[in-house]
Design a protein around this ligand. Structure first.
Ligand code: ADP
Ligand code: MG
Length: 271
């Protein structure tokens, strides 16, 4: 579990960016964090990953405070983070070196096998020797995800990893995240993509440095306005279920696919 206890943070002393945040992230939980630009999502992501430390309060990763120096390495082994722009994350020339370096730093054994397996998982199988700069932006982002996965952390924080990618690149990341969810990873996903939000267990809405609302995905219809206000486009399927609800036809969806919706409507008609 990751616990945020009365966490406040400011880049400058007088200007608090995050104000008194209290929240928990449970094992194998998938949380989507949404909110307008500047609401503090990236700052919160960095706090959760232990990259920056709270000015007040504490972030505890399985009981270990990110404020303590001796916890730095153990927390690195438990929480991985992927940022928006892969160009700023890749340091080494080859795909393999990029993945190997953190593994060496953390003293992880069986590197070749891990690298091979993880590259397969992100759709970059056999690219060990490729020069990283020759990868497409989408491939680069998958490499940064692979680098984190190779570290075998239990928690993974993704800060808008698809925002710079084209539609195909977005779908490729979506498929990886779906796999990670199935594998029981704990995922903290900052996103403005409704498809990802619909994969999550719980949603946090950030506003001006606070977590204004938290709700389980099942309650999404009660928070449509908040979601819209975060700058997220509501897809037709959600509007459709909402309209049905107004007609007192209550439909519960798991996957939010058209196929699932059609099946549920057919069931209603045949009742
Ligand atoms: N390195 C920094 N130094 C000073 N202020 C920053 C820095 N990074 C972000 N901020 C400010 O913190 C606030 C929250 O930013 P951020 O966490 O990036 O929000 P979001 O990810 O939701 O867009 C913004 O007002 C932003 O200008
Ligand atoms: Mg951000």
């Amino acid at each position: 579990m990751i616990e945020l206890k009365n966490v406040s943070y400011g880049y400058e002393k007088k200007n608090k960016i995050l104000k008194n945040i209290n929240a928990n992230i449970g094992e194998s939980e998938f949380i989507s964090i949404i909110g307008k630009n500047g609401s503090g999502k990236s700052t919160l992501a960095k706090l959760i990953a232990g990259i920056i430390k709270p000015v007040e309060g504490e972030v505890l990763v399985e009981g270990k405070s990110t404020k303590k120096k001796e916890n730095f390495l153990p927390i690195r082994k438990q929480v991985g983070i992927v940022f928006q722009n892969p160009e700023n994350q890749i340091i080494f020339n080859s795909v393999e070196d990029e993945m190997r370096f953190p593994l060496e730093n953390l003293g992880i054994e069986g590197k070749d096998e891990i690298i091979k397996n993880v590259l397969e998982k992100v759709g970059l199988a056999g690219k060990e020797k490729q020069e990283a700069y020759t990868l497409s932006l989408g491939q680069k982002q998958r490499l940064t995800i692979a680098t984190v996965l190779a570290m075998q952390t239990k928690y993974i924080v993704l800060d808008e990893p698809t925002s710079m990618l084209d539609p195909i690149g977005k779908v490729e990341i979506y498929e990886i995240v779906k796999k990670l969810k199935q594998e029981g990873y704990t995922i903290i996903y900052i996103t403005n993509m409704i498809d990802e939000i619909l994969l999550s267990d719980n949603i946090w809405v950030m506003e001006e440095g606070s977590i204004k609302h938290t709700f389980p995905k099942e309650d999404i219809l009660n928070y449509i306005d908040e979601i819209k206000q975060s700058g997220i486009k509501i897809p037709e399927i959600i509007s459709c279920v909402q309209e049905l609800k107004k007609e007192n036809i209550s439909i519960k969806l798991e996957e939010w696919t058209m196929e699932e919706l059609t099946k549920e409507i057919v069931k209603e008609i045949r009742k």
